[in-house]
Design a protein around this ligand. Structure first.
Ligand SMILES: Cc1cc2nc3c(=O)[nH]c(=O)nc-3n(C[C@H](O)[C@H](O)[C@H](O)COP(=O)(O)OP(=O)(O)OC[C@H]3O[C@@H](n4cnc5c(N)ncnc54)[C@H](O)[C@@H]3O)c2cc1C
Length: 446
């Protein structure tokens, strides 16, 4: 089975003629911004080419963590955890959010030094992570007799349910008046006298005071049509969900061999360590120079290849389409990007699971799927108004860790659109850092 069913969101059908804010993309970045904009009394339409949370925002592990993040993201992630913790009470929805902690263990002195450096750096933010001794690492991974020399743990980090959290937030946004339009691609921006004045969709135009682009892996291609360069490329990742199995953790554990996340169905989302695959694509080649330092530092944790993504999908070559004819966003096979899972993840993953936790021997996979993770060169998102196109704000480039930070990012994007005091300093998220020729900072995410 491919990805498990994602909770469906009621669609609002007919497009409004005009709104305060049009949001392109119904992933966590777009939906959470829509929610906060509506809370502030703005009229909002979310326009999604496929279904709400059909792409990355349902395909992830669900981790909501401060631990091991790039320093630039820590304040926003801390705010995001506060929002996650209140969402169910505030909206009455079921997000499956719980704070049962995340644990990383290792056999490597280099990992320990890296994590210690992060814990020391993060102390000034009053983060709750702490280093684990060998005995503590063993105690934090019960049933696994790995020869851990230590680890790092964050008892107040947590996770939410990827198959239902964003749909629940979309329903909450609808109750505040947001309209949701699925199977409706945005072909481009309506621009009048150099200012964005709305969106051109496959079902017609919507006038808007502001537009938020939260298009995930598609944002760079979308912007290229308007002459804006957003350095972005993608990594294909494969995970599987198991059938219900005995509990070895209520949260998430990362070992050098395997990563497991306890899920609401009583099973685990399982990922193999260091199995991301970078496919050579025109977008990748175009931005290769900017990604080079990151690639070098992550060389051993990814594999390279070439596949159909060279010709189809968000990283293929496209940049000059007409708004009067169907675009790539409306192609049936692109409505929801559903990359084939890599072979060689599920079977070895189940074997490793049994080896790591003998009590999980015999556990079967319930579903296996691929996800197309969009990344910026420094692995930090862009959440910022676009100076070159007044009226347009970006919220994109979450680089494999946008689910946890999504509610905070939505609030920040809403603040920037509303012109209210931003919940955190937005400077680290400006686009200019990636395109003004200044040296690109190395990713701080571990
Ligand atoms: C395997 C995997 C594991 C991950 N694990 C974690 C984790 O544990 N924790 C974490 O924090 N993050 C994790 N992530 C990353 C996280 O899922 C993403 O960073 C986050 O979901 C990005 O949200 P988004 O809204 O920016 O993009 P998406 O969820 O991809 O949403 C973008 C949406 O925009 C729509 N769209 C694009 N162009 C158009 C257009 N022209 N018109 C209309 N609609 C359009 C798309 O159809 C899509 O639905 C993981 C990702 C993967 C794949």
């Amino acid at each position: 089975m491919a990805i498990p069913p994602i909770a469906r969101v009621q669609d609002d059908g007919v497009l409004p003629q005009a709104v305060d804010v049009a949001v392109i993309g119904g992933g966590i970045a777009g939906v959470s911004a829509a929610y906060f904009l509506a809370k502030a009394g703005r009229s909002v339409a979310v326009i999604e080419k496929g279904v709400i949370a059909g792409e990355q925002s349902s395909r992830n592990w669900g981790w909501c963590r401060v631990q091991n993040r790039d320093e630039r993201e820590i304040p926003l992630m801390q705010r995001s955890l506060e929002i996650w913790a209140n969402l169910a009470a505030e909206t009455g929805g079921d997000y499956g959010f719980h704070r049962d902690g995340l644990v990383y263990v290792t056999r490597s002195e280099a990992d320990m030094a890296h994590w210690q450096g992060w814990v020391d750096m993060a102390r000034k933010y009053q983060v709750h992570s702490r280093m684990l001794s060998a005995a503590e690492a063993r105690a934090a991974t019960p049933g696994n007799d790995g020869a851990w020399i230590g680890g790092v743990a964050s008892p107040r980090d947590g996770m939410a349910e990827p198959f239902k959290a964003v749909p629940a937030l979309a329903e909450a946004a609808r109750r505040l008046g947001v309209t949701i339009h699925q199977r409706c691609a945005v072909r481009g921006l309506d621009i009048t006298a150099g200012r964005v004045t709305g969106v051109i969709t496959e079902r017609g135009r919507i006038r808007a005071e502001s537009v938020l682009l939260a298009g995930g892996a598609w944002s760079s291609m979308f912007l290229r049509r308007h002459g804006v360069d957003l350095p972005q490329t993608s990594v294909r990742s494969t995970v599987f969900l198991t059938q219900p199995a005995p509990e070895v953790t209520a949260g998430g554990i990362s070992t050098p061999d395997i990563i497991i996340s306890r899920r609401g169905n009583g099973g685990y989302i399982v990922a193999a360590k260091n199995r991301g695959r970078i496919e050579v694509t025109p977008a990748g080649i175009r931005h290769a120079r900017k990604f080079w330092p990151t690639l070098v530092s992550r060389w051993n944790s990814v594999s390279f290849g070439i596949g159909t993504s060279f010709f189809r999908g968000p990283d293929a070559w496209a940049g000059n389409w007409s708004f009067d004819r169907p675009t790539i966003f409306e192609r049936e096979d692109m409505r929801t990007l559903d990359p084939a899972p890599s072979k060689g993840v599920e079977e070895p993953g189940l074997e490793q699971l049994a080896k790591s936790w003998p009590t999980l021997a015999g556990t079967k996979a319930a579903a296996t799927w691929g996800g197309w993770i969009d990344s910026t060169p420094d692995a930090v998102p862009v959440i910022a108004p676009l100076e070159a196109l007044p009226g347009l704000t970006l919220s994109t480039g979450y680089s494999g860790h946008g689910f946890g930070i999504g509610p905070g990012a939505g609030r920040l994007a809403a603040d920037l659109i509303l012109g209210t005091t931003p919940i955190v300093d937005p400077t680290p998220f400006r686009l200019e850092r990636l395109v003004d020729g200044s040296p690109i900072q190395k990713p701080g995410m571990i």
